[in-house]
Write a protein that binds this ligand. Sequence first.
Ligand SMILES: [Zn+2]
Ligand SMILES: [Zn+2]
Length: 316
Amino acid sequence: MQVRFWGVRGSVPAPLNGKQIRKKMLRVLEFAAEKDISTPQNREEVLDSLSKEECLVIGGNTTCVEVKTNDAHIILDMGSGIRELGYEIMSLNKNNKPMQFHIFLSHTHWDHIQGFPFFLPAYLPNYHLTIHSPHSELQKRLEYQQDFRFFPVSTDYMLAKKEFVQLERDEEIKINNTVVKHIELHHPGKSFAYRIESEGKSFVFATDGEYNNLSFEKINTYIDFYNQADLLAFDAQYSFDEEIEKIDWGHSSALFGVDISIKAGVKKLAITHHGPERNDDAIRKLCANAVIYKKKNYKEQELEVFLAREGLTITL
Ligand SMILES: [Zn+2]
Ligand SMILES: [Zn+2]
């Protein structure tokens, strides 16, 4: 199973501004100052060696994750990150072969559907999109987003075959041998987490979920759902303090992500849905704190904690 993050921001796209780019450039220059950058190849190598450094860009697009298994091609949410995913799909499909994608929507807040009008495969007849969610009237919601008052091109111009599937409570979807399960999250208007299982591997996508003020019983249902996941992408929009202050705002923190991952025996925790008001340094700090918290409190347990960033690809 391959998981690739195309959008990792929450609420609204947050591209780098000039000041932030300059700061990153300064760091790159400092890093490269003592290196040999006399040839184009050397320069490429220096940039490649930055891949684990803080100069790397986390990315400003809103939520979209692509999951490829041996027998299913899945897209989780259609935030602005899906625009570039669309370009990639089309560039790899030079002969315009028929392709089917299963799209699962956590919910229809803007940051999870705003990329759909810019997803080029949706305009071409050789693509087949099956859009799933427990939310009702999915088709209407997406059509409304492209009402002429808000967007110049209606969904009538989207010539891909489109199917809309409203999932029943606890319904499991089978796409060949890939299984997709869901659970409701506490979020204004409800959000849903998905668990994808294929060939003994599992990925849980749990964005836009709050765990404050939930009963132990309720928390246990999430621990069961996340149980032994090879990878959990978890909403960590807030710092720990914000999580306490912003009751019923519908989001969680990296520290709570660590706690629940440990209880569920999760192997890798990717924190995501980064707040648009935080720059890359502030987001890295939240993650670094979560790594320290894990080391301090759960020394013996194995859990890898890291940031989801655009382009990050994980093979399970
Ligand atoms: Zn969101
Ligand atoms: Zn939301």
